[in-house]
Design a protein around this ligand. Structure first.
Ligand SMILES: O=C(O)COP(=O)(O)O
Ligand SMILES: [Mg+2]
Length: 224
């Protein structure tokens, strides 16, 4: 398979909601607010750290002073001090990425997470390599679903095979659609999405077979 695989990071390769929630709860505690549960914080993730901070503050009484910037800076400082703490890859991720690399795929990450934090996590979890490229929050002046994010990630890879985005949220599916790429959904809870996907998987060990089916049944000549 000569795919260029572009992976989302949070809630696709890594389970980062516990550590993001812990950091947000430190910030909320400093503001005299009660902590939020990880399940609630998860609904704030997917559109970048600025949106996370905005949403968690709005959900707990509003943005103090009406200015998001100091709170975003505080969240980045707390979380950025140790983004690996409490964060791990989903089971099977490392083995599967190595297998896909052996099968001829090239791989990059396209995430809303600030690029420096994402790089620290990918290197700390020994996923880079086999992941070769990284496009994160702040790499460009746009975020997903702007197709420029996916084009940038794909262009970091030397091969020119078909591009497949693998992610966990509607914003990832929309990014792929905007870029004319295929989309494969990671849905660990097995829930059917409300948006279009080319394939779905819930166990990382299944991804090579899912991709090989996708390769066999479609003309994957879509390029970004
Ligand atoms: O930073 C976020 O809100 C989510 O980042 P992701 O694009 O890796 O899911
Ligand atoms: Mg995600």
């Amino acid at each position: 398979m000569n795919f260029r695989l572009i992976f989302d990071l949070d809630e696709t390769l890594i389970d980062s909601v516990p550590s993001l929630t812990a950091a947000a709860n430190v910030m909320l505690g400093e503001l005299g607010r009660a902590p939020v549960e990880p399940a609630r914080y998860k609904s704030f993730v997917g559109h970048g750290m600025r949106q996370q901070v905005k949403r968690v503050l709005e959900a707990t009484g509003g943005v103090p002073g009406g200015d998001l910037r100091p709170h975003l800076a505080r969240m980045i400082a707390i979380y950025g001090a140790d983004p690996l703490r409490g964060t791990g890859a989903y089971p099977g991720v490392s083995e599967t990425l190595h297998k896909l690399a052996e099968q001829g795929c090239q791989m990059a990450v396209c995430t809303q997470k600030p690029e420096a934090q994402a790089r620290q996590i990918l290197q700390g979890l020994h996923l880079m390599p086999p992941i070769q490229g990284l496009t994160g929050g702040g790499t460009l002046d746009v975020l997903k679903p702007d197709p420029a994010m996916l084009h940038h990630a794909a262009a970091q890879l030397s091969a020119d095979g078909p591009v497949v985005m693998v992610g966990d949220r509607d914003v990832d599916a929309q990014t792929a659609a905007n870029a004319g790429a295929r989309f494969v959904l990671f849905a660990p809870d097995g829930q059917q999405p409300a948006f279009a996907t080319d394939a779905t998987f819930s166990d990382w060990a299944d991804l090579p077979a899912v991709l090989s089916d996708l390769h066999a049944k479609s003309d994957l000549q879509v390029q970004t």
